[in-house]
Design a protein. Sequence first.
Length: 355
Amino acid sequence: MTVFVNNYSDLLLSVKFSYSSENVEKIKTISGRKWIQSDKIWCIPNNKESVNNLKRLFKRHKLVFINSLMENYNEEILNVIKKELSIRNYSTKTIKAYVNHVKNFLQFCNKDFKEINNDDIKSYLLKHIDAGKSSVYIDQTISALGFLFKEVYNSKDFKFDIKRPKRERKLPNILSKEEVANIIWNIDNLKHKALIMLIYSAGLRISEAVRIKIEDIDSKRNLIYVRSAKGKKDRYTILSKAALEIIREYYKKYKPAIWLFEGQNREAHITERTIQRVFDKAVIKAGIRKKVTVHTLRHSFATHLLESGIDLRYIQELLGHERSTTTEIYTHVSEKDFSRIQSPLDRIMNDKIIL
């Protein structure tokens, strides 16, 4: 038998169950319960004491809380996890991602929070795996739910035990230097061109580039100060002479006040979405058919540095990678070593071997 619990009013919860004299006697023991004749439904006071008594009488696993009621409980949980993440100085982007993961999970379960178990979590993850979500997405979901159950609501009755998926080893798409140049030449707006050039020339993440302030450009030392990057870490990266030239030209024309690249509202920076749209249009105009995003410029920056002989440790510092293994992926897409290897087909053709 299933017992359905829903909001009836601000003060009452409705309780629906299969009729039996035993069930009626159970609900009659709850203080403040009443039978609503017009709707032919039992109601109990909307408070924790009544809900706990309901769980005790009908067994927790038989209770199903309808969405409207669950939303109240879920909102409380989301507020707690958001507050805890903020206290621990997680980035705004991470907080938003974790809260969304937890919110979607709670909506999927649609059951009392204390009744959630590892099987519920596995079912939720399997749903996303079947939907084709990447291992990175699944990994972040596990991190968010792990934070919820291990850091915020660490209960002796429930041990969070979920193994992380094996990550796919996908190599990033890389633009050639000629392709990067074609993209830049196909951007007419001076502000947008300056920003795209800056991203490629310094290996910036798009989130870092849009948040650059005027004071972060150190033209005397040819450096850019990147504030609160991924992992809340500051770093310096290089400022190219070509990028500095166009930034100076842009600055004279637009005269930004705080943010180097202002949005429509001058008090806010340009949005990441705007820059992605600009980049996508330029890629199409340049006739490039590779599947690329603004982030591809960062990958291309690192690969081109590696191909020109720059030590991997310096590239790691410029990119702000915590682990060297993250940077080592560019050794797999670099043409530096492959260029010395001659294909056997070329040797065959050069030797004029007749097939």
